[in-house]
Write a protein that binds this ligand. Structure first.
Ligand SMILES: NC(=O)c1ccc[n+]([C@@H]2O[C@H](COP(=O)([O-])OP(=O)(O)OC[C@H]3O[C@@H](n4cnc5c(N)ncnc54)[C@H](OP(=O)(O)O)[C@@H]3O)[C@@H](O)[C@H]2O)c1
Length: 272
């Protein structure tokens, strides 16, 4: 398959109002001259990004304010992505976590997480694959999962489950795609410096986090070169291979202790 060339092409990015999505949108516009459809709930952030990129990178940016935990907003995003311009690529990046004991995650929060991280992604992917299969057009779809989907992370148990689902789903679906012009990639970062990790609960783990500009650059690389499963960062990739040779119980146990330590520090500072 030939690498994707984003120049003057339309790319959908969900969760573009902050973090990884914001950075991938910026880099795609500034360095690859892509036109963008950017989606998230915070319209003010999206509109500011549109203004900046249209001015600085001379590209076109379409804003879709959508809450992807709501099925009707997901349908509207699909319709707006496929009407009015020819979609070339999509990065399904929007996601939320809960960092803390699973017992503290309410049923409402859990349902919102599943709707956002899983159900909206499955719906968007399904409709986009159908679109590309029917048109035969060249394109790429990338789902943003996480290393937490490869190795379960205690104290992010539900989040790990959602990200693991995405890996299973996309790896299976990729083999159902008949079009030779369409690729489906999975991007699985380890920790990244974004709003998601900008909580004191992550203070002890800051040393593990990758700068968002690097993660975004590698994400665009994975989409462009149609990588099947891609983990950014050489150390993460080595760790990923290495950990496959160790018993899962041991690795998950080490992760549990590390995350618990970080959480305990916050709890104990709450009491002082
Ligand atoms: N940071 C990490 O360490 C890390 C590691 C591995 C994977 N990831 C994955 O990377 C992706 C991006 O996360 P991030 O780290 O960049 O976090 P972030 O800065 O919190 O960004 C999350 C993005 O998702 C959007 N979003 C959240 N809920 C939404 C909803 N209901 N509807 C529409 N948009 C919604 C947010 O926009 P609004 O709030 O404006 O809606 C925001 O733009 C996520 O899928 C995350 O799981 C992150």
């Amino acid at each position: 398959m030939r690498a994707l060339d984003f120049n003057n092409k339309w790319v959908l990015i969900t969760g573009a109002s902050s973090g990884l999505g914001y950075e991938m949108a910026s880099q795609l516009a500034r360095y690859h001259h892509a036109n963008l459809i950017i989606a998230a709930r915070r319209g003010d952030k999206l509109n500011q990004l549109k203004t900046d990129l249209e001015r600085d990178a001379n590209v076109q940016v379409k804003v879709v304010v959508a809450d992807l935990s709501l099925p009707e907003d997901v349908e509207r995003l699909i319709a707006e992505s496929l009407a009015g311009q020819e979609l070339y690529a999509a990065i399904l990046n929007a996601g939320i976590t809960h960092f803390g004991p699973h017992a503290e995650l309410s049923q409402d929060q859990f349902q919102r997480m599943v709707q956002t991280n899983v159900i909206s992604v499955v719906r968007l992917t399904g409709e986009l694959v159908k679109h590309f299969e029917q048109s035969g057009a060249t394109g790429g779809i990338m789902i943003v999962s996480s290393m937490a989907g490869i190795f379960p992370v205690p104290y992010q148990a539900a989040y790990s489950g959602t990200k693991s689902f995405l890996i299973g789903f996309a790896n299976a679906l990729a083999h159902e795609i008949k079009s030779r012009a369409l690729s489906l990639s999975i991007f699985a970062p380890g920790g990244v410096v974004t709003e998601m990790t900008a909580t004191e609960k992550f203070n002890d783990l800051q040393g593990w986090l990758m700068p968002v500009s690097q993660a975004a650059k590698e994400g665009i690389y994975a989409l462009k070169y149609r990588k099947f499963n891609y983990v950014p960062g050489a150390l993460n990739r080595v760790g990923n291979v290495f950990m496959k040779f160790l018993p899962k119980k041991l690795i998950v146990g080490i992760l549990a202790k590390t995350y618990q330590r970080s959480l305990l520090k916050v709890n104990s500072s709450d009491k002082t």
